[in-house]
Design a protein around this ligand. Structure first.
Ligand code: GAP
Length: 437
C-alpha cells in the first residue's frame, strides 16, 4: 500500500483535523510528550478500555479489577527497582546539545543532527518526580507512577482478604503512567504521560515451570486484537533477549507501523520479584496460603501490559484507507471495528431547510442516542457528509428523505461497502443492535 510509507503523518494529520488527538497545551507552544484526546478520540479510547475490561474482568471468573492511586509511597519505587534500574542510556551532543537515547541511534559515533561528538552515555532515570504536602522543607518527594503494575502488587493482600479469589487468579487495572522519556516521539507512540491496561495473573510456581500461563496470555491477547479487527499480518510476537530488571521472560506484541514493527504490548513473566521485593521493603507478609496443600509461598506473576494510547494509534493506522470510490472520486476512510468506532451511526435530514425532514431525523436521532453514540449532520450535500463520517470511522449513515415521510423508512449506508438499503424506521434499533453486536 503506497500510503503506508508515511502512515504516522497521515494518521496524525487526520487525528488533529477530525478531533481524535491534539498536541498537549498547544496554545502555549505545546508540551513535549503530552497529548489531548478530542471528541472522537475520547470515544475511541473509552471503547478500547471498555473492550479491555470486558476481556479482562467481565467475562472471567478469576480476574478482578482495581483502581489504585497514581501517587504512591516513594518506598514502592525503591522496592520495585524503578529508582535503581528504570533508566535509559542518555548521550548529549557536545556541539548542538541535543540529547538522544544511545540505544535508538543507528550510528552511535556521532550526533544524528549535526555530526558533532557525543558524550559518554549516562543512565537517565525515567521516573517523574513530584512533591506532596504543604510545609516547605517537609514536602514528601515521591513519583508519578512509572507503571500501573505496582498499585496491583501492593494490594495483593487486600484483594486476597476482601474477595474469594484463589490461585490462579488475576488483578486487572487501567490507568495513567508517566515516564520522563528522553526522546518522546512517533506521534503518541512514545509519550511522557500515557495509559496502560494490564492484568497481573498470579499462579502457583510449579504450574508455571512449563510456561503454560505465559503462553496462554500471549494467545489470549493476540485473539483480543484480532477480535477488534486488527489485521493478523500486522502483528508480530518477539521474545526479548535483554530482560527488564523484574522479568524472567518477556515477549513483545508488535504492530507493523508503516513497515516497521513497533512494541504495542508486553507479556512478562515477573516471577516472584514484586511480591518478594514489597515484602522485604514493607516487612509485610506477601505470601499466599494454599488451603488445600496447607503451603505458604510467593506466587509467580504473569503480566499482560498494553498501552491504551499505542493500541488506539495502531488501531487507527490499521483502519486507515485511501480508496477510489469507482466514480472517479476517492475517499479517506477509517474502517474501525464498530465496537471501537467513536460514533456508531450518523443521522442526516436530506435537506436542512425542510422542517419535516429535520423533525423526523431529529426524532430518530433522539430515539437512538441513549443506546449508542450517534452523530448529527445537516450541512452540505449528502456525499460530503458521507465522506466526513467515513473519516470519523462511523459504520452507518442514516438519511431521512421525502420517501421516509410517506413510507416510514430511511436509507442506511454501510461505511465499508458503501451499499445503501432501505430500512423501516421501526426496525432501525434492532438493525443496529444486530450489526453492532
Ligand atoms: N508493567 C510493565 C510495563 O510497564 P512496559 O513494556 O514498560 O512494561 C508496557 O510498558 C506498555 O506500555 C508498552 O508495551 C506500551 O504499549 C506502553 N508504553 C510504555 N511506555 C510508553 C510511552 N512512553 N508512551 C506510550 N506508551 C507506552
Amino acid at each position: 500500500m503506497p500510503h503506508m510509507e508515511n502512515i504516522f503523518e497521515k494518521v496524525s494529520s487526520l487525528a488533529k483535523r477530525r478531533g481524535f488527538i491534539y498536541p498537549g497545551s498547544e496554545i502555549y507552544g505545546g508540551l513535549a510528550g503530552t497529548w489531548d484526546y478530542g471528541p472522537l478520540g475520547v470515544e475511541l479510547k473509552r471503547n478500547l478500555k471498555e473492550e479491555f475490561w470486558k476481556f479482562a474482568v467481565k467475562t472471567r471468573d478469576n480476574v478482578v479489577g482495581i483502581d489504585a492511586a497514581i501517587v504512591m509511597s516513594p518506598k514502592v519505587w525503591e522496592a520495585s527497582g524503578h529508582l535503581a534500574s528504570f533508566s535509559d542510556p542518555l548521550v548529549e551532543c557536545k556541539k548542538c546539545h541535543h540529547r538522544f537515547r544511545l540505544d535508538q541511534l543507528s550510528d552511535s559515533s556521532k550526533c544524528p543532527d549535526c555530526g558533532g561528538e557525543l558524550t559518554e552515555p549516562k543512565q537517565f532515570n525515567l521516573m517523574v518526580e513530584t512533591y506532596l504536602g504543604v510545609v516547605e522543607g517537609e514536602k514528601l518527594k515521591t513519583y508519578l507512577r512509572g507503571e500501573i503494575t505496582q498499585g496491583v502488587h501492593v494490594n495483593f493482600k487486600n484483594v486476597l482478604s476482601s474477595t474469594r479469589v484463589k490461585l490462579p487468579f488475576g488483578i486487572a487495572q487501567v490507568g495513567k503512567a508517566f515516564r520522563n522519556e528522553i526522546t518522546p516521539g512517533g506521534f503518541t507512540f512514545r509519550s511522557r504521560e500515557f495509559e496502560q491496561m494490564e492484568i497481573q495473573f498470579y499462579v502457583k510456581p510449579e504450574e508455571e515451570e512449563s510456561m503454560k500461563w505465559f503462553e496462554y496470555w500471549k494467545e489470549e491477547r493476540r485473539k483480543w486484537y484480532l477480535s477488534l479487527g486488527m489485521r493478523g499480518e500486522n502483528l508480530k510476537f518477539t521474545d526479548h533477549e535483554q530482560l527488564a530488571h523484574y522479568a524472567r521472560a518477556a515477549c513483545d506484541i508488535e504492530y507493523n507501523a508503516g513497515g516497521e514493527f513497533k512494541e504495542m504490548e508486553g507479556i512478562h513473566h515477573r516471577g516472584d520479584w514484586d511480591l518478594k521485593q514489597h515484602e522485604a521493603y514493607s516487612k509485610e507478609d506477601m505470601t499466599y496460603f494454599d488451603e488445600e496443600t496447607k503451603e505458604r509461598f510467593h506466587p509467580w506473576t504473569i503480566e499482560t501490559s498494553g498501552g491504551v494510547d499505542r493500541a488506539a494509534l495502531f488501531f487507527l493506522m490499521d483502519a486507515y484507507r485511501e480508496e477510489e470510490t469507482g466514480d472517479g472520486e476517492s475517499r479517506t476512510v477509517l474502517k474501525l471495528h464498530p465496537k471501537l468506532a467513536p460514533y456508531k451511526a450518523a443521522v442526516f435530514p436530506l435537506l436542512a431547510n425542510k422542517p419535516q425532514l429535520v423533525e423526523l431525523a431529529k426524532k430518530i436521532h433522539d430515539d437512538l442516542k441513549g443506546g449508542y453514540m450517534i452523530a448529527w449532520d445537516e450541512r452540505g450535500n449528502i456525499g460530503k457528509r458521507y465522506r466526513a463520517q467515513d473519516e470519523a470511522g462511523t459504520p452507518f449513515c442514516i438519511t431521512v428523505d421525502f420517501d421516509s415521510l410517506e413510507k416510514n423508512d430511511v436509507t442506511v449506508r454501510d461505511r465499508d461497502s458503501m451499499i445503501q438499503e432501505r430500512i423501516p424506521i421501526a426496525e432501525l434499533k434492532s438493525y443496529l443492535d444486530a450489526k453492532l453486536g
